[in-house]
Design a protein. Structure first.
Length: 191
């Protein structure tokens, strides 16, 4: 199988189900941003971090492929006329969301209480987390816009929202583990 097909040379790409859309379509922007996020998470996983976090990041990366597949599916082609699913795409389950929440609760229990916003940075690995968090938020904005126009399973948006929170908590945990300073944002007083 060749990596290049030449079918996208005219600026279009195929969704799951075969529908062709422009490469700048909001559906493509949505799953493209999730793909970008997945790459950033891979970079974080490649850092010198604890094995448990690496394991959770691997699970999340797998789920992001599921999210991408859902976002890349033409809703009109996903269901047959008899109501059965045409494409065998996994789902985001409540348990996937609950795992992120459980992990955040466990991290938060071991960290000092946060009293201010925190400036991104302090260590390269932590900075990678903050970049991933902002990419996740962009993915959430794109998916939200897509959902407004072409609705999909509500759990996908919940998962992406929870994931950005998880990545923030991971940044805080890694700051703590790496003994990196968390710089509080304290607004400058005028006058």
């Amino acid at each position: 199988m060749k990596i290049y097909t030449k079918t996208g040379d005219n600026g279009t790409t195929a969704l799951f189900g075969g529908t062709r859309v422009p490469k700048h379509h909001m559906r493509i922007e949505s799953y493209g941003t999730i793909d970008e996020l997945n790459s950033w998470l891979g970079l974080i996983r490649d850092q010198e971090i604890d094995l448990h976090s690496k394991k959770i990041l691997t699970l999340i990366q797998d789920k992001l492929f599921t999210v991408g597949a859902i976002l890349a599916t033409d809703p009109e082609k996903a269901i047959l006329k008899n109501g059965k699913e045409r494409l065998n795409i996994p789902k985001i389950e409540v348990a996937d969301i609950e795992l992120l929440e459980k992990e955040m609760d466990a991290m938060e229990a071991k960290l000092p209480q946060m009293t201010h916003f925190i400036l991104p940075g302090g260590h390269t690995t932590v900075s990678y987390c903050h970049i991933a968090r902002t990419v996740c938020r962009r993915g959430e904005r794109m998916a939200s816009l897509l959902n407004e126009n072409e609705p999909f399973d509500k759990r996908v948006l919940i998962y992406i929202n929870r994931l950005s929170d998880y990545i923030f908590m991971l940044a805080r945990k890694l700051s703590f583990d790496l003994k990196a300073e968390e710089i509080k944002w304290i607004p400058e007083k005028k006058g």
